[in-house]
Write a protein that binds this ligand. Sequence first.
Ligand SMILES: Cc1cc2nc3c(=O)[nH]c(=O)nc-3n(C[C@H](O)[C@H](O)[C@H](O)COP(=O)(O)OP(=O)(O)OC[C@H]3O[C@@H](n4cnc5c(N)ncnc54)[C@H](O)[C@@H]3O)c2cc1C
Length: 396
Amino acid sequence: MTPEESYDIIVIGAGPAGSTAAMYAARSGASVLLIDKKKDLGSPIQCGGFLPDYEELGELLPGAELPSTLKDIPSSCVHTTTSIHRFLSPNLEPKEFGVEAYVLDRSRFDKHLAREAAKAGAKLMVSTRADSIEADNVSIRGVMGEFNIQAKVIIGADGPTSMVAKTAGLIDRSDNMGRAVSLEYELTGVDIDRDAVEMYFGRDYAPGGYAWIISEGGDAANIGVGIRQPLCEPGVSTQDYLHRFMYEHPRAAPMLEGSSITAVISGIVPVGGAPPKTVEGNIIICGDAAGHLIATNGGGIPTAMVGGKIAGETAADAVAGKCQLAEYENRWREQMGLEIKTSVYVKKLMDGLMRSDPMMSTAMKMLTPDQMKALQRGRLPEPVKKMLKTLNTGIR
Ligand SMILES: Cc1cc2nc3c(=O)[nH]c(=O)nc-3n(C[C@H](O)[C@H](O)[C@H](O)COP(=O)(O)OP(=O)(O)OC[C@H]3O[C@@H](n4cnc5c(N)ncnc54)[C@H](O)[C@@H]3O)c2cc1C
């Protein structure tokens, strides 16, 4: 059960990015150690579990080679499915479009992905934390003891506060506008539209982000807010915003009345985009650690898995002498760099509008459902760009 002294690749973090990286690296023939500090993989959950289906993902990331694990999702990992995405403007006008999607049980899904990595040949160790990295040595500590592991390549898939990315000097997350803080409750006893995922905008409930209601099937749902601190009212906490949404929102509160909270979920969402570099020496980063996320909707599961696949394959290729590790940078940017970058640009344009509820309502009224779907995916059709820029000018 104890690890070897050395591996071709060590993957730090067994979330969607890390397990996918480990699976693809092991499938390519590399020796792989995959570690996670969590005692119970996937718990505590830090996610709403919303995942567009394989076909939708093909449209969301048209240049990406999607991992097989995004296609073959066991039914045991799925709470329910939804087919409508509904947006509610600050003045409560709804607008909706179709999106076929899963609502995942993230804790089961994360375990499933880690099992697939182990099946492919990666050595998996939970309750094991990476403390520090020095050259090709990683100090790890956990349930099996303390070890110094040598690895030719180190993959940092350790989430939005990545120790690996910091150690390698790859990220500067001092920018608070680039981090959304999310707080979410799992509820039972709700009376909501089970076929729709709803996103609510408005400064009183979710400044700089949105509040959501996602059905988990039956009378269960997760509701949450993603906000950005610089846009919040002084002295109002994330929990205050979530409680306002839950208890005071004119449309949401009646649907949630009488419900009970079964879980509290919180976390950071890196909405500032990818850093300029994601490779340094023998270290590469992927997933939230590398800002692999669509900033307009805060969705990071598919992008983390695509980043993980590319990281695992490139690391294995580099170990086998087939390419330089630096090739990772080109590969992931080619496959999904544009979508991630555009989504950050769109988010910045939306930030201007989000400072004014009337302006946000006007913009949402003017957008067609198709244009809204494009924006939600981080795309910016030219007429929409013009319109948003004009509205933004009106605010200044
Ligand atoms: C409240 C909330 C709701 C969200 N809802 C959605 C949603 O509905 N749909 C969606 O697509 N995205 C959602 N996201 C974003 C999504 O959860 C992330 O983008 C995704 O989990 C990123 O995967 P990852 O593997 O990069 O990182 P993570 O899932 O964060 O995994 C990182 C792993 O690294 C481990 N780790 C960290 N440091 C160390 C260390 N030093 N040693 C060992 N292990 C370490 C952690 O324990 C963790 O398991 C949400 C995020 C939040 C916070």
